[in-house]
Design a protein around this ligand. Structure first.
Ligand SMILES: [Ca+2]
Ligand SMILES: [Ca+2]
Ligand SMILES: [Ca+2]
Ligand SMILES: [Ca+2]
Length: 186
């Protein structure tokens, strides 16, 4: 029985080694540069998405939901006051992502501002490669110039036939070894 457990552990080890060897750290990015910029009116909200499954640059690789894994990300947005409108007092813009830890108020003295990430946001991206964001006006009206999502994680390519063959023959070899030792003892 003990031998059998060692044999079982060896199989798990083979699977584990193959699994970690194929994962490659990768950073996905998506920028929405709104043209024209989005106008957010008083107490209105502008929902939009960052889709990592589609890339517009051939040098980048698309995110594959269910295969690739995101571990964290950062969301950077660029807002500015529409000014020129006669009733402008000040603006309060709230950046709303899934969860709460990546949410926050925008500082209009900046040209762009980084917001953190949340576990719910990570789950949202891992689910389908798409992050849902909403920019709410708590007071005033303003423009959304652009938004950038940068996500860090691991790329897990599909195991190649050669790898599968190697894994298969390794398992058969292990099985043979295990049985031989198992029967010698008993
Ligand atoms: Ca939120
Ligand atoms: Ca999603
Ligand atoms: Ca305004
Ligand atoms: Ca823009």
């Amino acid at each position: 029985m003990k031998k059998f457990l060692v044999f079982l552990a060896a199989i798990l080890l083979v699977f584990g080694v193959v699994g970690t060897a194929s994962a490659v750290p990768y950073t996905w990015a998506d920028t929405n540069d709104f043209e024209p910029d989005l106008y957010v009116g008083w107490w209105a909200s502008a929902p939009y998405t960052h889709d990592l499954t589609v890339v517009d640059d051939d040098t980048l690789v698309a995110f594959k939901p269910g295969k690739d894994i995101i571990s964290n990300y950062s969301l950077s947005v660029s807002l500015y006051d529409d000014s020129g409108r006669w009733c402008d007092l000040w603006e309060i813009a709230y950046i709303n992502q899934p969860g709460w830890s990546g949410d926050g108020f925008y500082n209009f003295r900046l040209t762009n501002q980084d917001f953190g990430w949340s576990l719910a946001g990570v789950a949202d991206i891992n689910d389908d490669g798409i992050l849902n964001v909403e920019i709410n006006s708590w007071f005033g009206d303003f423009m959304v110039d652009s938004s950038t999502l940068v996500a860090n994680g691991d790329q897990n390519p599909v195991p190649e036939p050669a790898t599968m063959l190697l894994l298969g023959s390794g398992l058969i070899g292990l099985a043979g070894l295990g049985r031989k030792k198992f029967f010698k003892k008993s």
